[in-house]
Ligand binder design. Structure first.
Ligand code: SF4
Ligand code: SF4
Length: 139
């Protein structure tokens, strides 16, 4: 089990125009899919934000604000925070191809903000089956 105090999920700003993000939080609450590695009995907290729109540059400002607020108000340090790039950012799905700026945003998270990074959040069984069959492969 990974001992973290805060999970931040970064969702695609475009997809969030029509997705509430409920299934990401629901998946976290059930500790399944990409959240299955976290202890269900701790006080792990969850916050979802968006990348702010292409190219994801505002992610750094949002994360820097989070880091400074979490440390000042709750004594939560960087090592206790983990960022998940949601499945609609990390992987191809019916929402579209994976984020074209994924590498750039990943560097912002790990190198600029200095936080741990995990790819994915909710894994829809239908979408996973399609991925395995390469149905989403770009033609
Ligand atoms: S940068 Fe990527 S995650 Fe952000 S809005 Fe654009 S496509 Fe979506
Ligand atoms: S991973 Fe799914 S539930 Fe989460 S924000 Fe993207 S589309 Fe919505």
């Amino acid at each position: 089990m990974i001992k973290k105090k805060y999970i931040i999920v970064i969702q695609c700003h475009i997809v969030k125009e029509y997705c509430s993000g409920f299934l990401c939080e629901h998946t976290f609450n059930k500790r399944v899919d990409c959240f299955s590695c976290y202890d269900s009995n701790n006080n792990l907290r969850f916050l979802s934000i968006t990348c702010g729109g292409c190219c994801g540059r505002s992610t750094l400002r949002k994360l820097q604000d989070f880091i400074s607020q979490a440390e000042a108000r709750e004594k939560i340090i960087k090592n206790e925070i983990v960022v998940h790039l949601s499945s609609c950012v990390s992987f191809e799905s019916f929402h579209g191809p994976e984020c074209p700026h994924k590498e750039y945003i990943s560097k912002i998270i790990t190198e600029k903000a200095g936080l741990d990074l995990v790819y994915g959040s909710r894994l829809s069984p239908i979408t996973e089956a399609r991925r395995k069959k390469n149905i989403y492969k770009t033609r």
